[in-house]
Design a binder for this molecule. Structure first.
Ligand code: AMP
Ligand code: MG
Length: 409
């Protein structure tokens, strides 16, 4: 058995970014930049006003005071999108709107609200500082500067920046394709009638949703019976068809746990099997290299909580690498334990809990239903308490580390 950090290192070593494709900007939200974004022009591209008001020469206003205002004649107007200065060099004040190019000779802008307008003049009652309400050319990005390194995720603001540089296309990493193969003779789809001993398949839907919430296309879903030949055959073609194969169930030590055997017959090399974590001990990771392309295989445990948490903690980092970025480790924060918790030493345990603030302090309360099959506890949880591998008891009031639980990242 290996620990979670060891497993994550092995995953990192085998998951490499997929090749890049050039796509229109409309199609890249959520994808990852394959090249650095280099500023193709200064931003802002020209020195402009940050407000609606009057462009002036600051030195003209030095002696302005409330009781003795300075009168400046309005000698013209600049609107956003208008480039030529109406008056050169500047005399008096020029009416200007947000984003309008600062006329030559002006070095400051007075907000409309800060002056008194009187016919074709304004009255200025205080000195204006040079640069006031001015956005200078290149003050945010200089042409040639690296705005983002390769590997940045394209969030809405990144998309806005790309558009702001006039980009219509960008190179991004291809997104991995995923097959989800759910195993078990006992499983039937929701909406059909249960016979004795059967249960509804909950993992297909829950994992498929988690995959999509992570920003990927819906996976291909296969339902496999616990049968040697059928399992081998189905997993064989799934391996051909997708970058990542996720199997669910059948990866433990039972007589009908056939997944590992089938994968080894399909020349998938085992990288790890069994982790010192709870829930999620019967976890498998393997790789098949073919024509310089690696296919990754995750064998997740069948118990629904174990399956979802394993996806969250092991598969997401791999998918992130294939997509071209490193998933940030979930934020770990320190909280006070609301009541005692016990376990056997030897495995790190994730205790499903709710975190709340109480008199300025964060308090984590373990939830009922900590079994690997008990989805209720996971559904209610907003955090996981890290119960360290060697510990067997955490006392009430103890300081514990918790990870916030978000399905999105
Ligand atoms: P296994 O890992 O195949 O031994 O399954 C462990 C437990 O998880 C068993 O109780 C299975 O019935 C249950 N299980 C496996 N797959 C699913 C699934 N897709 N939906 C709900 N429960 C499942
Ligand atoms: Mg099974």
């Amino acid at each position: 058995m290996i620990s979670l950090p060891e497993a994550l290192e092995l995953i990192e070593a085998h998951a490499k970014p997929l090749p890049s494709v050039r796509l229109p900007l409309e199609a890249v939200h959520g994808k990852v930049l394959a090249d650095p974004l280099v500023a193709s022009q200064d931003i802002p591209l020209f020195t402009q006003s940050a407000v609606d008001g009057y462009a002036v020469f600051a030195a003209d206003t030095v002696s302005a005071v409330e009781g003795l205002p300075i009168r400046l004649r309005i000698s013209g107007m600049v609107r956003a999108g208008q480039y030529e200065s109406p008056s050169q060099p500047l005399r008096g004040a020029i009416k200007i709107f947000t984003g309008g190019k600062l006329p030559r000779g002006a070095d400051a802008v007075l907000m409309k609200e800060a002056v008194r307008e009187e016919g074709d003049s304004i009255l200025v009652t205080r000195p204006v500082a040079e640069g006031e309400n001015v956005r200078y050319r290149g003050e945010e990005f200089r042409r040639g500067a690296v705005v983002f390194p390769a590997g940045a995720r394209i969030t809405p603001p990144v998309l806005g920046l790309l558009a702001g540089f006039g980009r219509a296309h960008v190179r991004v990493h291809r997104a991995p394709t995923v097959t989800l193969a759910v195993t078990g003779d006992e499983l039937i789809p929701p909406g059909t009638r249960l016979r004795r001993g059967q249960i509804y398949d909950s993992n297909s839907l829950a994992l498929s949703a988690a995959i999509q919430e992570f920003g990927l296309e819906p996976p291909t879903i296969l339902h496999l019976r616990d049968d040697r030949d059928a399992t081998r055959e189905a997993l064989g073609s799934a391996l051909e068809d997708s970058d990542v194969l996720i199997t669910v169930g059948g990866v433990s030590v039972g007589d009908y746990d056939l997944v590992k055997e089938a994968l080894s017959e399909l020349e998938v090399k085992t990288i790890y099997w069994r982790l010192a974590i709870k829930p999620g001990m019967p976890n498998y990771f393997g790789v098949r290299r073919k024509f310089r392309h690696s296919h990754l295989v995750f064998g997740l445990p069948g118990n629904p909580v174990a399956a979802l948490l394993s996806f969250h903690q092991l598969v997401k980092p791999a998918l992130a690498r294939l997509r071209g970025y490193r998933r940030e480790s979930p934020v770990s924060i320190s909280a006070r334990l609301a009541r005692e918790a016990r376990k056997k030493p030897g495995r790190m345990e994730w205790v499903r809990a709710r975190l709340r603030e109480e008199r300025g302090e964060l308090v984590a309360t373990p939830l009922e239903g900590q079994g690997s099959h008990m989805l209720g506890g996971l559904a209610e949880a907003n955090c996981l308490i890290r119960f360290p591998l060697e510990e067997d008891r955490l006392e009430e009031g103890a300081k514990v580390e918790v990870e916030l639980l978000s399905w999105r990242d």
